[in-house]
Design a protein around this ligand. Structure first.
Ligand code: UD1
Length: 339
C-alpha cells in the first residue's frame, strides 16, 4: 500500500517514513526542503536499507502535486508539511495561513480528484489552549488559538471535517500531538532545527554539546509541583507509530465519511525541571541552565488523556522520557561531530 508522506524529510515525517516501511507500507516522500535537508534521506536509507522515492515538491504547487498523483497512484496521504514555529507565526501570520491552509486544500482537492481516500493530518494539542481541566480528552473544548500557527491547526481540522462531511469519499483522522522529542535510537535521523532552536529539547542538547552557553527555563512561578511548566513529552518514534495505526484504522473503517481526532501523548505530565534532571541523570552530565521570566503565550500545564487512542487505535506509548532523552543526546552528539 503506497502512502504519500508530505514533509517526509522533516522531524516527525522522517520517523514516520521508517515506521511505515517497517509495517510493510511503501512510503513516498514529498518535501520542499524549506525546513529540512536531503541528508535525512541518507539517514532513512541507513536504517531501512532501501531508498524511499523522494520528490522535491511544494504542496502548494497544485500542478506538481497533480502530476505526482497521476504518476504514483497513492492509497493514502499523511500530511506533515507545514510551517511550525509559534513565534515566527506571530510575525508572519499571512505566510502561515497561506502555506499551512493552501497546501491542505490543494491536497484534499487532488485526493478527491484521484479518489485517494485515506488522510491523516498533523494537528496539535495547541488547539486546547490552557484547558480548565486536566488531562485533556478529545472532548475538551478547543480554545481560541494563542498564535497564528495554532490557529492554522484548528482551522485545518475544521476544513478536513467539513470536507469529509460533504462526502467526497475521504476518511480522515487528525492526530493532536503533545510534545514530540527524541530521535531514532540508531541516531541516523532526529531533529534538525534551523538556527536557534525555540523548542526545549533541541535547545537543551545544543547547550549540553557546548554549542550554546545556557538553557533558560522560562518561568518558575507557575502553579505546578516545582513552578515550571508541565508538558506531555512523547518519543518521536512512538508518535510515528501512531500514524501507522491511524492508517490501519482508516483501512478497517467502513463508514465512508469517517472523521475523528485523537490525542497522541503518553498521558503523563512532566515539568521542565524534571526533564532537565532526567536528561542529566540518564546521560551522566551536568547541564548549564538558568531561570528566566515566563515566555509569553506558554500554557502552564497540559497533558493528554490517551484512553481513546489506546482503545480505538490500539496504540500505546512504549518509550519513556529517559529513552527519549538518551536518544536525543545520542543524535546531538552525532550531528555535533559531523559539523
Ligand atoms: C509548542 C506549541 C506546539 C508545537 C510545538 C512544536 C503552543 C502552545 N505549543 O509547544 O503546538 O507543536 O511548540 O513546535 O503553541 N522552554 C524553556 N526554555 C526553552 C524552550 C522551552 O523553558 O529554551 C519551556 C517552555 O516554556 C515550555 C516547555 O519548555 O514550558 C516546552 O516548550 P517547547 O518545546 O517550545 O514546546 P511548546 O511551547 O510546549
Amino acid at each position: 500500500m503506497k502512502i504519500l508522506v508530505t514533509g517526509g524529510a522533516g522531524f516527525i515525517g522522517s520517523h514516520t517514513v521508517v515506521e511505515l516501511h517497517n509495517a510493510g507500507y511503501t512510503p513516498v516522500i514529498i518535501d520542499n526542503l524549506y525546513n529540512s535537508n536531503r541528508e535525512v534521506l541518507a539517514g532513512i536509507y541507513n536504517i531501512i536499507g532501501k531508498e524511499v522515492p523522494f520528490y522535491e515538491i511544494d504542496c502548494n504547487d497544485e500542478r506538481a502535486v497533480r502530476d505526482l498523483f497521476e504518476k504514483e497512484k497513492f492509497d493514502g496521504v499523511i500530511h506533515f508539511a507545514a510551517y511550525k514555529a509559534v513565534g515566527e507565526s506571530v510575525e508572519k501570520p499571512l505566510a502561515y495561513y497561506e502555506n499551512n491552509l493552501m497546501s491542505l486544500i490543494v491536497l484534499l482537492k487532488v485526493m478527491r480528484d484521484y479518489q485517494v481516500n485515506k488522510f491523516v493530518f498533523s494537528s496539535s494539542c495547541t488547539v486546547y489552549g490552557q484547558p480548565n481541566e486536566l488531562p485533556v480528552t478529545e472532548d475538551t473544548p478547543r480554545q481560541p488559538a494563542a498564535s497564528p500557527y495554532g490557529n492554522t491547526k484548528a482551522i485545518s481540522e475544521d476544513i478536513i471535517r467539513d470536507h469529509v462531511i460533504s462526502k467526497p469519499g475521504i476518511k480522515a483522522i487528525a492526530l493532536r500531538y503533545f510534545n514530540p522529542i527524541g530521535a531514532h535510537s540508531s541516531a541516523e535521523i532526529g531533529e534538525l532545527p534551523n538556527g536557534v532552536p525555540s523548542n526545549l529539547v533541541p535547545y537543551l542538547t545544543q547547550v549540553a554539546a557546548g554549542l550554546r552557553k545556557s538553557l533558560t527555563v522560562f518561568g518558575e512561578d507557575y502553579d505546578t509541583p516545582d513552578g515550571t511548566c508541565v508538558r506531555d513529552f512523547i518519543h518521536v518514534v512512538d508518535l510515528a507509530i501512531a500514524h501507522v495505526k491511524a492508517i490501519e484504522l482508516l483501512n478497517e473503517q467502513t463508514i465512508s465519511d469517517y472523521y475523528d481526532v485523537f490525542n497522541v501523548g503518553t498521558g503523563q505530565g512532566h515539568t521542565v525541571l524534571e526533564l532537565i534532571k532526567t536528561f542529566e541523570e540518564v546521560n551522566n552530565l551536568k547541564l548549564n541552565y538558568n531561570i528566566g521570566p515566563r515566555r509569553p503565550g506558554d500554557v502552564e500545564k497540559i497533558y493528554a488523556q490517551s484512553d481513546k487512542v489506546n482503545n480505538v487505535m490500539k496504540w500505546h506509548a512504549e518509550k519513556s522520557l529517559a529513552d527519549a532523552l538518551k536518544d536525543a543526546w545520542r543524535w546531538q552528539e552525532k550531528i555535533t561531530k559531523s559539523v
